[in-house]
Ligand binder design. Structure first.
Ligand code: DAH
Length: 344
């Protein structure tokens, strides 16, 4: 008997707790405490019991009744206070709280713009792994093992056993590895690739961040000349910086291009004459050149039949060269400081 009263208590309290309105409360009141209710069923059994048992059961029933009444009262009160009062009103003319609106990071904005510019003249945007084999990052780019030129790329190596053909794993130090991957993927010309990706180098100071972005162009076909390269670079300079801007090629050395150049852009203030901000009239943008026959061969292309050009620029640097934007410390790009990010 005691146990079944205990169960009845649990059942009643649970149902009261779950009640959703006053109507449900009233019907629970009737089903537990009413004349024909569950509690009265027990009172009916009194006649079968001995005197002491009657006293004990009587006490238990009384306690349970109080508990159920209390729970019903509390629930009724809370349901009533949840309902809107008649006097409540809502002033919909008050200004609301506007949630803050974010925007794309300035590097993402620059990447979208750069992709658009090159896509307009038929370059296809691609992306290749950030964790790359030594073969793609260096060897196939005409930089054999232990070549001193590799030092300039301050490479971060992955601790993993080297591959028989592809060598060690590295974090891509330059997007040029995309040249080999794209030639392997398409197997034959024409190739017009724009590879924009993250690069990593072991350098961190006001002009370097350990992670940065580059965009790499590659065009392979028949009879491609430096004039084609210059045309594409000038088209980019005018589209990204404005119609009065142009590029200049300066002889340089890269292992993966022959001849190789550094690409400069004319100063936004003096347009190349030379002034206080630029001194020489030009600012360095990145590297470029005619793809080296060894690079074509390493990618399975006939270097006698086909040729082409390539160029690689830093996205952050290219963005900073826009007139009026002077960022003293490159690390600000990635420090998540909203005071900086909100300006773009
Ligand atoms: N990968 C070079 C760097 O990170 C830039 C570069 C130079 C890319 C010449 C090219 C190129 O495609 O032809 O410094």
């Amino acid at each position: 008997m005691k146990e079944s009263l205990h169960n009845l208590r649990n059942e009643a309290l649970a149902l009261i707790q779950e009640a959703r309105d006053i109507k449900e409360i009233n019907s629970l009141k009737i089903s537990f405490l009413g004349r024909k209710g569950k509690l009265n069923e027990y009172t009916k059994k009194f006649s079968e019991l001995k005197k002491e048992e009657k006293i004990e059961l009587g006490q238990l029933i009384n306690e349970l009744k109080k508990a159920i009444e209390g729970a019903l009262r509390r629930k009724e009160r809370s349901l009533k206070s949840d309902q809107p009062k008649k006097t409540d009103w809502f002033d919909f003319t008050l200004p609301g709280k506007r949630p803050e609106q974010g925007h794309l990071h300035l590097v993402s904005q620059a990447i979208a713009e750069i992709s658009d510019i090159f896509e307009k003249i038929g370059f296809v945007r691609v992306r290749y792994p950030q964790v790359e084999w030594d073969w793609y990052a260096f060897e196939a780019l005409n930089m054999p093992k232990n070549h001193p030129a590799r030092d300039e790329w301050e490479t971060l190596f992955i601790k993993a056993p080297p591959h028989k053909k592809y060598g060690q794993m590295v974090l891509t130090p330059q997007t040029s590895s995309g040249q080999i991957r794209e030639m392997e993927r398409l197997k034959k010309p024409p190739i017009k690739m724009i590879n924009i990706a993250k690069c990593h180098r072991r350098q961190q100071d006001i002009t370097h961040t350990i992670m940065f972005h580059q965009f790499e162009g590659l065009l392979i076909d028949k009879n491609i000349s430096i004039a084609n390269l210059k045309g594409v670079l000038d088209y980019f300079a005018k589209s990204f910086y404005g119609p009065e801007r142009k590029t200049r090629l300066r002889p340089f050395h890269f292992n993966f291009t022959e001849p190789s150049f550094e690409v400069d852009i004319n100063c936004p203030f003096c347009l190349g004459k030379g002034c206080r901000t630029c001194k020489s009239g030009w600012h360095e943008l990145g590297g470029a050149g005619m793809v080296h026959p060894n690079v074509l061969k390493a990618s399975g292309f006939d270097s006698k039949k086909y040729n082409g050009f390539a160029f690689g620029f830093g996205v952050e640097r290219t963005f900073m060269m826009r007139s009026g934007i002077k960022i003293d410390d490159l690390r600000l790009f990635y420090s998540n400081d909203l005071r900086f990010l909100w300006q773009f």
